[in-house]
Design a protein around this ligand. Structure first.
Ligand code: DGL
Length: 267
């Protein structure tokens, strides 16, 4: 029997749209509910407990909408809260972490650069991830303070964004990195700029497509994939300014999509 219940997806802002895009490509008939927690963005600057509480509230809202699975489309939130979410709720949770593993095969210098929020880079989850490979590889990391906010302004290649990307990418390259991992779901929206600045010989690793595959695998495993022939719908919610979110969804997804405010009690 087709399962048309929606998949819930959330991020601190519009970054997770880079993941939603990949989920839609792979799973055209799934219904998707996306939340941008824009009032509380950026998560990267907040205490872990704060981010965890937001994740619990957003999850509860998505479950109230009968979400059959939840994608935490944010590296920072995954590091802060996925273990708690999995312990508290029975539904499948799919998180995201910097694509360190796929980067290893691409690096000749064995020096891998990672761009992410400070919170992700300092998390125990990230420490554990790189420790597994640190006998053979060196990881150089850079917290990209201010970049999420530029992307939220839809400034994907203006002078201020260029200046930030230039600074952060040069720091990695100066340390010998020959591969760059995008450890924040906002950054794929500036991957063309990163590529332009880093040069064509530096591969850029984004894990959006791998997350989409994992969503498919987990739903198949629990027999919850939608197999209807009709295309799925998308609904977008925000805890922030509704007009701004409409503009962002128009620009990064498509004009005329359904965009709503989250109920006041979880704003
Ligand atoms: N998009 C987010 C991530 O993947 C977080 C950005 C933020 O709110 O700091 O880490």
């Amino acid at each position: 029997m087709p399962n048309t219940k929606p998949i819930g997806i959330f991020d601190s802002g519009i970054g997770g749209l880079s993941v939603l895009r990949r989920i839609r490509e792979l799973l055209p008939s799934e219904n998707l509910i996306y939340i941008a927690d824009s009032r509380h963005m950026p998560y990267g600057d907040k205490p872990r407990e704060y981010v965890e509480k937001r994740c619990l509230d957003l999850t509860q809202f998505l479950l109230d909408q009968e979400a059959k699975a939840i994608v935490v489309a944010c590296n920072t939130a995954t590091a802060a809260a996925i273990a708690t979410l999995r312990a508290m709720f029975a539904q499948p949770f799919i998180g995201i972490e910097p694509g360190v593993k796929p980067a290893l095969a691409l690096s000749k210098s064995k020096i891998v650069g990672v761009l992410a929020t400070e919170k992700t880079l300092k998390s125990e989850k990230f420490e554990t991830l790189i420790r597994r490979f640190s006998d053979e590889y060196r990881f150089v990391t850079q917290a990209c303070k201010g970049l999420v906010q530029r992307i939220e302004q839809l400034d994907l290649d203006g002078p201020a964004t260029r200046q930030l990307v230039q600074r952060y990418v040069s720091i990695l390259l100066a340390q010998g990195a020959d591969t760059i991992v995008l450890g924040c779901t906002h950054y794929p929206f500036v991957s063309a700029l990163i590529e332009e600045i880093a040069g064509p010989e530096i591969p850029i690793v984004d894990t959006g497509a791998a997350v989409a595959k994992e969503v498919q695998r987990r739903l198949r495993e629990v027999n919850l994939l939608s197999d209807t022939p009709s295309p799925g719908w998308e609904w977008f919610f925000t805890s922030g300014d509704l007009d701004k979110m409409r503009q962002e969804v128009d620009f990064l997804w498509r004009p005329g999509a359904q965009v709503l405010s989250l109920p006041a009690e979880i704003q």
